[in-house]
Design a binder for this molecule. Structure first.
Ligand code: ADP
Length: 202
């Protein structure tokens, strides 16, 4: 298993974009959102237990999870949210652990949106990296990408740590408040540092 850096950041901050930069530089990327989408997609391993827990109403015609319906239920019903998490979180963690164990890159980047908030992955990572940009920009980017209304993006943001708290907790920060070209030098510098840390940890 490689030295592992936990990458986090608020919705729309640019985690996926930044993880892609590190992957291009040679990092092994394990993205818990991507794992979640796979597990809840058509034929995904979590679909059986989810159908059993919530009923066929939450299964989309293709066989994957009806995300909009599930998101609405989870927002209004804390019990349903807890049941959803009790099915998904252990399955995602097990998949992430498998992917990390198989990683042969100089280091692994584990992308976890709520790395600090939930604490469930803190023991897996040797270092933490926050992707940061101001909150108005986060909202604009997230809304443009997902089609969610500004109000919905703000509701998600309010369940996440505020920017200052994440910045205070993270070992490293990538500032993604400008055009993507501003990421090049920041990612290259951190990549060199992580490769060195990975070599020390071997
Ligand atoms: P996250 O994974 O943190 O939710 P993404 O990396 O998916 O964020 O970025 C959210 C949206 O903003 C995407 O559509 C992405 O292409 C765009 N984006 C990210 N960084 C930048 C940037 N520096 N300039 C312009 N658009 C960006």
């Amino acid at each position: 298993m490689s030295f592992t850096v936990g990458l986090t950041g608020g919705i729309g901050s640019g985690k996926t974009t930044v993880a892609g930069r590190f992957a291009a530089l040679g990092a092994g990327v394990v993205d818990t959102d991507e794992i979640s989408r796979r597990l809840t997609g058509p034929g995904g391993e979590a679909m059986g237990p989810l159908r059993e827990a919530f009923g066929a109403r939450f299964v989309a015609p293709g066989g994957g999870l009806d995300r909009a319906a599930m998101r609405a239920l989870a927002f209004e019903d804390p019990g349903a949210r807890a049941r959803l998490e009790s099915i998904l979180h252990p399955a995602i963690r097990a998949e992430a652990d498998r992917a990390l164990a198989a990683c042969r890159a100089p280091y692994a980047l584990l992308v976890v949106p709520l790395l600090f908030e939930t604490g469930g992955y803190r023991d897996r990572v040797g270092r933490t990296l926050a992707v940061d940009c101001d909150e108005a920009l986060q909202e604009r980017r997230a809304a443009a990408r997902s089609g969610l209304a500004g109000r919905e993006v703000r509701a998600i943001m309010s369940a996440q740590w505020p920017r200052w708290r994440r910045l205070q907790a993270a070992d490293d920060v990538v500032w993604n408040g400008a055009d993507p070209g501003a990421l090049d030098a920041q990612c290259a510098r951190l990549h060199r540092d992580y490769v060195a840390r990975g070599a020390l940890a071997d």
